[in-house]
Design a protein around this ligand. Structure first.
Ligand SMILES: [Zn+2]
Length: 86
């Protein structure tokens, strides 16, 4: 019998533990956080953080807004424009 923890509460598919690079917009720029533990479902890609990880992420984003973070690296990302073909 499967542990209830292993089933995605959103779509019901199986969940696995992963380490990801989490990124989100913060104060007008993209912030990338390396090595974030997450549980992710296989079908929908729904992601769930433990309360501890969520708090740590929140703190990083807050420190970033206060310009108190020392980045371990910076990256350039390509930007393109969507061209819809008729
Ligand atoms: Zn899901």
């Amino acid at each position: 019998m499967k542990d209830e923890r292993d089933i995605c509460p959103t779509c019901g598919s199986e969940m696995t533990d992963k380490i990801i690079d989490y990124s989100d917009w913060n104060d007008g720029h993209l912030l990338v956080v390396r090595d974030v533990p997450v549980r992710e479902c296989q079908a929908g890609g729904h992601r769930f953080f433990s309360a501890r990880v969520a708090r740590a992420l929140e703190r990083l984003f807050e420190l970033d807004r206060q310009r108190k973070l020392e980045p371990i690296e910076t990256m350039e990302v390509p930007v393109v424009k969507l061209e819809l073909v008729a």
